[in-house]
Design a protein. Structure first.
Length: 205
């Protein structure tokens, strides 16, 4: 793509690094910014930079946060003894959009996948076990994508907490095996949460 300005070309190159954004879409976005007031564009850039620089991760659940503890963990109206285990922050957002869950979360930061070089020690599993022990968690709900890697992760964590007095469940198979949790529609995801199953039944099923 031949552009008349090196500045424009550099801006397009940066936008095209975003997932799902090709050169043509990047060019359209940059040309849109050129039509905006300089102060608005400056504010846009400063907002993105501030987000990247100042955003934190919750010390308790590893969700994104503006402070040391996220707004979900600090909400006294939520069921603090109920933890929903998810793979990533996108899954937290997906479940929150259903407005059907009133507990807390624990973001693993991935799932066990030996072929990809991801083992238990690279995930937030130890902090989860420590949290369950310390907080005397009543129920642990696994909301991981229904695939081999997700099942392996569930099995591993279940073994780690086998001696703890904590009910362990998982979302039902309303989500197709091999699917990604973040792409499930809100109704299916809400139904899967409501109809969660004991992990033993899930693994055998």
């Amino acid at each position: 793509m031949q552009l008349p300005s090196l500045l424009l070309e550099n801006a397009v190159a940066q936008f095209s690094k975003l997932p799902g954004v090709g050169k043509k879409t990047a060019l359209r976005l940059v040309l849109h910014l050129l039509k905006q007031d300089v102060n608005e564009v400056q504010h846009f850039g400063e907002t993105i930079a501030k987000m990247r620089r100042d955003i934190k991760f919750c010390n308790r659940c590893h969700n994104i946060s503006d402070g040391d503890i996220c707004s979900i963990c600090s909400n006294s109206m939520r069921k603090q003894q109920m933890i929903c285990v998810v793979e990533n922050i996108r899954d937290v957002i997906a479940i929150e959009s259903t407005q059907q869950f009133n507990g807390t979360y624990h973001v693993l930061g991935g799932i066990i996948s030996p072929l990809d070089g991801i083992g238990p020690e690279q995930l937030n599993i130890e902090s989860l076990v420590n949290r369950i022990t310390k907080e005397e968690t009543e129920e642990l709900i696994f909301a991981l994508s229904p695939n081999i890697q997700g099942d392996t992760t569930i099995y591993y964590i279940q073994k780690k907490i086998a001696n703890l007095n904590c009910k362990v469940t998982t979302i039902s198979r309303g989500i197709a095996f091999g699917g990604e949790l973040e792409y499930a529609d809100e109704m299916t995801l809400a139904r899967s949460l409501a109809n969660r199953l004991p992990v033993q039944q899930y693994v055998k099923g």
